[in-house]
Design a protein around this ligand. Sequence first.
Ligand SMILES: Cc1cc2nc3c(=O)[nH]c(=O)nc-3n(C[C@H](O)[C@H](O)[C@H](O)COP(=O)(O)O)c2cc1C
Length: 212
Amino acid sequence: MASSPLSGDPSFAFPEFTDPPASPFEVARAWIDGARASDVSEPMSMTLATAGTDGRVSARTVDVKRLDDAGLMFGTSTRSPKGRQLRDDPFAALQAYWRETMQQLRFEGRAVALSDAESDALFADRSPGSRAATAVADQSAPYGGRDLDDLIDDANALLDEHGDDVPRPGPWRAWRLEPDRVEFWHGSRDRMHRRLEYRRTAAGWTAERLQP
Ligand SMILES: Cc1cc2nc3c(=O)[nH]c(=O)nc-3n(C[C@H](O)[C@H](O)[C@H](O)COP(=O)(O)O)c2cc1C
């Protein structure tokens, strides 16, 4: 079967390519606003790549919940495989490709585990059911002698006990990827993709256009 790469709408404007603003976060905010206006499906679901001390790389999807001038915030357990990798080697990457608008965003840098207060605030943004599910699961551990129905029972018991205020489990944390490299890629069907790369230097951000 023939593949159909770059099936999206190529008309998204990319004025920053010719006139880059000082900060990549300004571009990121404009792109995210544009993606929402264009009904991009789940624009903040991004692939998070981490590496172990043995050099093996793994990747999975996380939901980026907030973006500010320091970085991109997401939540996960410090005990999960990715949480343990980030503890041992904080360098990580987040990436998204929005098919509808043919845009790719890449962020590379250090992931920082945030404070209890920031973790509580991010956890509180979740629905009660999602909080309960997170609280009862030891993410990515095998079931052992239990099964999914046992976890569902545990989650329902927590909801009965705490209602809308299921407390954040200690290992669950807010993290912020603080990038020192950011790239915006806008696809073109003639393969003359436009790419704008930012790098953080001691003096601030530098911007450079890259070949396709
Ligand atoms: C759309 C989507 C969003 C997800 N968001 C998160 C998230 O925000 N945090 C998280 O820990 N896992 C999230 N997951 C689950 C992860 O992809 C992954 O299965 C889980 O975190 C275990 O990863 P690990 O074993 O590499 O630690 C999401 C999965 C999908 C498909």
